[in-house]
Design a protein around this ligand. Structure first.
Ligand SMILES: NC(=O)c1ccc[n+]([C@@H]2O[C@H](COP(=O)([O-])OP(=O)(O)OC[C@H]3O[C@@H](n4cnc5c(N)ncnc54)[C@H](O)[C@@H]3O)[C@@H](O)[C@H]2O)c1
Length: 309
């Protein structure tokens, strides 16, 4: 298949693009390198350095003629979206609409869209959250992700393509940048590698659903052929708090440096984790990598990178 991967210089989508290339697909990457890196782009993929918020992105559809669009490019910072909702919407809403116009104009067959299970459900009363929970985003980033789901549904009817929306938990793993929704694993690893004690904000009891990037990649591969016009959670269903993340990082690195403590951050959700049984039913997807193993793999990646391996 000819697959256009947006954000393919970034953490998650570069891993997805690698898997698509590995599976023999023809891949093109669109990225403006605002948070991604050229070195992450698969050398067998065609690369378009382009801002998706610029309507020129439509030309790429005419040039590459993709059958599938896999959309990961985004402004990924929740705090930035709070400070600048219009800047967030420029990329996460208007950029997405440009791509959907490309899909409509060029007869795309299938779209995989990335939303966020960490933000679209807001602060639910019960957990784990499943896909029937009300959509109640509490940040402009979450509003944009949820709005994107509605636009996708609208365009799929207009343009007669099928889609799967992924609502990811907190994705972690090799190539993760130390910001964004789930940067804490890589922040802890990179600060200990630099010989510095990281800071845990508040009492470290904020709970998230940490899912390894290799498992997320598998969902992106499975969804090329399964799932019709549906949104699925992609998470482990296992609640993990920040103190447990730090303990896992300390164990993986065999480093007992105690963390510093800082003030609780305003606006952090207390707890979110996801029921992903719909993804199992529809895609045959289940997470396979245990948290401790994933943290170890992530540490090994950063350690080898620092050594230039
Ligand atoms: N990391 C997580 O835990 C998580 C959780 C839920 C959802 N997501 C979503 O997954 C996707 C990938 O996130 P990531 O963690 O890999 O982040 P990332 O920052 O590593 O990747 C995003 C990529 O998009 C590119 N990009 C940003 N703005 C662009 C623009 N205007 N035009 C073209 N390219 C642009 C960046 O350069 C980068 O390569 C995003 O849509 C994010 O919202 C991530």
């Amino acid at each position: 298949m000819r697959i256009l991967v947006t954000g393919g210089a970034g953490f998650i989508a570069s891993n997805v693009a690698d898997a698509y290339v590995q599976a023999g697909h023809e891949v093109a990457v669109v990225d403006n390198l605002s948070s991604g890196f050229r070195e992450n782009i698969n050398p067998k993929a065609r690369f378009y350095e382009q801002d998706i918020a610029d309507p020129k992105v439509l030309d790429i559809f005419a040039d590459f003629k993709p059958e599938v669009l896999n959309h990961h490019a985004a402004q990924i910072s929740v705090p930035l979206s709070v400070d600048d909702p219009r800047g967030d919407a420029r990329v996460n809403v208007m950029g997405w609409l440009n791509l959907l116009e490309g899909c409509r104009a060029h007869g795309i067959k299938r779209v995989l869209y990335v939303s966020s299970g960490g933000v679209v459900y807001g602060d639910p009363e019960q957990l784990p959250a499943d896909e029937t929970f009300p959509i109640r985003p509490e940040s402009p980033y979450g509003i944009a992700k949820a709005t994107g789901e509605h636009y996708l549904h609208f365009y799929s009817r207009q343009a007669d393509f099928t889609y799967v929306t992924f609502r990811y938990g907190n994705v972690y793993g090799p190539r993760q940048v130390p910001h964004g929704e789930a940067g804490v694993v890589s922040i802890f690893i990179q600060s200990l590698m630099a010989g510095k004690a990281p800071t845990i904000f508040g009492d470290g009891s904020c709970i998230r659903d940490y899912v390894f990037v290799g498992d997320v990649v598998r969902a992106n591969v499975l969804a090329l052929g399964k799932g019709e016009n549906v949104a699925v959670n992609i998470g482990t269903g296992i609640p993990t708090d920040v103190n447990q993340v730090y303990q896992a990082v300390q164990a993986a690195m065999k480093n007992q440096t105690p963390a510093l403590s800082g003030p609780a951050r305003r606006g952090d959700l207390k707890a979110i984790y996801l029921n992903a049984s719909l993804a199992e039913k529809i895609l045959g997807w289940k997470p396979e990598v245990r948290f401790m193993d994933g943290v170890k793999k992530t540490y090994e990646y950063f350690r080898d990178k620092a050594k230039g391996v």
